[in-house]
Design a binder for this molecule. Structure first.
Ligand code: PLP
Length: 414
């Protein structure tokens, strides 16, 4: 069991201030005055750590970055305008035209489209394989793939990767390993498992309130003598390595944030900090709720899919590697689009929206919304069927949720 007490103490204590206003400060200024021409020069050269201009970051975002880096035991963090912006930041800062990214397992529709359609337009190719295709994974790494990307839990296909094994392979072949940990903050700590970069859509359970769009990149501590990054395939970032501990921050900010402007705004960072204060309590409650709801829906004869069930292909991995649970996502197979619509429309508790990780229980028919423009082949890869409903379980009473879903299922199956 995770030491939630540690995080219950760490997060509110770090986010709150002991003097003056105890809530985090919002600094909404887009520009910042410099004390002198000399100071301006020092800020621009990176010798002085003071705000430069909000596209490069602002003090509220910097506070959030410090908290997230501590939570993940990382070397630093950069917050962004959205989760997609965080992924884009890593790709555009660290890769070049002609590079390949190995994408393992299931993906949120936006990430799949980014890797499958958008990045290829700029010469960066996404290669796709299943979570257990270790033959293909090793082959791609042997051929010089520069980066590997996977979600800690496939959203919504709920496949569970063996992150440690993938990290070991990436380290052996000197490929960067980026994990999208949006669904499992605190539950999974990818940097401790050997990953190089963690990204979050903080819009989800980190905030919990659906009031702030945001994202974050958190990276492992690197040194000037970093063996992996000194590999010739990373030669374009070698000039940054002389900055030592500050190198990854400089790479992300100078090669992505400065030029593409995927910057977080201060108000969103403030709202995200408020969510973070109660994250451990909510993660624990959601995981407990998910296991109860899934079990009761299963017993009621509903076609529910989740790794906590014995019939799931990754049940054993769930027990071994996800002892605390695997976050809020659960799926229900209704058989047809009509039945899925009827189920969602008959539920009184499920809020139909394209988000997950909210304090409320959310639901969405996948094929007609996020995946509506995807080809049959792509939907097959991602496990999207006509009758698939994704649920994101919230903080409510699990029994009340089950009662509601059972009555909705009965109406849908009439
Ligand atoms: N990663 C995952 C796993 C997601 O579910 C989402 C959004 O649904 C994203 C990334 C993108 O995040 P955002 O909507 O904040 O851009």
């Amino acid at each position: 069991m995770k030491n939630y007490e540690y995080f219950n103490t760490l997060l509110p204590q770090m986010i709150g201030q002991k003097e003056g206003a105890i809530a985090p400060q919002i600094t909404p200024s887009a520009a910042f005055g410099y004390g002198s021409a000399e100071e301006a020069e020092a800020i621009f050269s990176g010798e002085m750590a003071k705000p430069l201009y909000a596209r490069m970051g602002n003090p509220t975002g910097a506070k959030l970055e410090t908290v997230l880096a501590t939570m993940e035991e990382g070397g630093g963090a950069v917050v962004t305008s959205s989760g997609m912006a965080a992924i884009t930041m890593v790709l555009t800062a660290l890769l070049e035209h002609g590079d390949k990214v190995l994408c393992i397992g299931g993906f949120f529709g936006g990430t799949y489209a980014l890797m499958h359609e958008t990045m290829p337009r700029f010469g960066i190719e996404g290669l796709f394989c299943g979570v257990d295709d270790f033959g293909k994974i090793e082959e791609a790494l042997q051929q010089g793939v520069k980066m590997v990307l996977c979600e800690s839990v496939g959203n919504p296909n709920l496949k569970l990767p063996d992150l440690r094994r993938i990290a070991d392979l990436c380290n052996r072949y000197r490929a960067l390993f980026m994990v999208d940990n949006t669904v499992t903050p605190l539950i999974v700590q990818p940097l401790r498992m050997g990953a190089d970069l963690v990204i979050y859509s903080t819009t989800k359970i980190i905030s919990g309130h659906s009031a702030a769009l945001g994202g974050a990149v958190i990276f492992r501590a690197i040194e000037e003598s970093d063996e992996k990054l000194l590999d010739p395939k990373f030669s374009s970032i070698h000039p940054f390595l002389k900055k030592g501990k500050g190198a990854m921050m400089a790479i992300l900010k100078k090669r992505a944030m400065r030029d593409f402007g995927m910057s977080a705004n201060a108000f969103a960072s403030f709202l995200t900090l408020l969510g973070l204060e109660t994250l451990p309590l909510r993660v624990k409650r959601v995981n407990e709720n998910v296991e109860k709801v899934v079990q009761l829906l299963y017993e009621a004869g509903i076609q529910v899919r989740h790794p906590s069930l014995k019939n799931h292909e990754h049940h054993q991995r769930y027990q071994e590697l996800f002892a605390d649970g695997c976050g809020p996502v659960v799926t229900i197979e209704c058989g047809t689009r009509q039945k899925a619509f009827a189920f969602l429309n008959a539920s009184r508790m499920v809020t139909q929206t394209a988000n997950i990780g909210d304090n409320r229980t959310l639901g969405l028919h996948m094929a007609s919304t996020i995946y509506r423009d995807f080809s049959q082949e792509d939907k097959k890869i991602l496990g999207i069927t006509d009758g698939l409903v994704r649920l994101s379980i919230g903080l409510e009473s699990p029994q009340k949720l089950v009662d509601d879903m059972v009555q909705a299922w009965q109406i849908a199956m009439r």
